[in-house]
Design a protein around this ligand. Structure first.
Ligand code: 6PG
Length: 235
């Protein structure tokens, strides 16, 4: 089984406030960055939005040095309420008045061509500064980015970005998603997990189930989860 999530999760204590812990980690990684700039991959979802609101308020870092990419996207128009690029703009880029750069995924036109275009951008990134931090969420089914259970994208070993969808149809829209080769190239991955609806997925990963999130094998993988997600008392 790839990835060390079960081992890492077994040693992980819950945090009181996931967005605060995310900001503290982001700040630490920024200060310890490998090069002059900081390459940051972001996610969609409500937990991510809360983390980005807090980062925009409190993360005292030089955002002009931060180059932002997306880990996945729904194939909807940029201004669609379900668009991850809209979420990142509304919760981080716009409140900050801008970041070093933001590279969204093309979402209109042919999905395969959009995936190819982002794949090319990612190859250029990996042959250059690489990735300092990728922020990932966890779905109740154990998905992360748009890598869903039983999807062919889980077995991709060559491409860095693919067009994909959820075989179970529980998660809407055709998607673009980075693949494990991209995620595993990151110097660090951080999962943010909040709420009792995620406990079952967390428990299954802790028990060694090879869910998509469990397969992440970046150089360093950290989990930030609150007590309800960890299986503790729900507030
Ligand atoms: C997406 C996300 C997805 C998300 C998780 C958690 O595009 O939907 O990238 O991977 O991070 O589903 O989302 P919530 O925090 O909303 O539960």
């Amino acid at each position: 089984m790839r990835g060390r999530a079960a081992e890492v999760l077994a040693a992980t204590e819950p945090v009181d406030d996931v967005p605060d812990s995310f900001v503290a980690m982001l700040k630490g990684r920024f200060e310890d960055r490998a090069g002059p700039r900081f390459v940051l991959f972001l996610s969609g979802g409500a937990t991510a939005a809360a983390c980005y609101d807090r980062a925009a308020e409190r993360a005292e870092i030089d955002w002009s040095l931060v180059d932002v990419y997306l880990g996945d996207e729904r194939l909807v128009p940029p201004e669609d309420p379900d668009a991850n690029q809209r979420l990142v703009r509304e919760h981080l880029v716009d409140p900050l008045g801008g970041v070093g750069s933001f590279t969204p995924m093309a979402t209109e036109g042919d999905p395969a061509e959009n995936a190819d275009a982002y794949d090319r951008a990612l190859r250029s990134l990996l042959s250059g500064p690489g990735i300092d931090l990728i922020h990932l969420g966890l779905g109740p089914d154990g998905h992360t980015a748009s890598l869903f259970p039983l999807a062919p994208s889980l077995e991709e070993t060559g491409r860095l970005c693919v067009a994909t969808e959820d075989p179970s149809k529980r998660n809407p829209h055709t998607r673009l998603s980075v693949t494990y080769p991209l995620i595993d190239a990151a110097r660090q991955a951080v999962f943010t997990v909040s709420g009792p609806e995620k406990h079952e997925a967390v428990r299954r990963i802790r028990d060694g189930e090879n869910l998509p999130a469990a397969r992440v094998a970046s150089a360093e993988v950290r989990w930030l989860l609150d007590p309800p997600a960890n299986g503790g008392p729900s507030w």
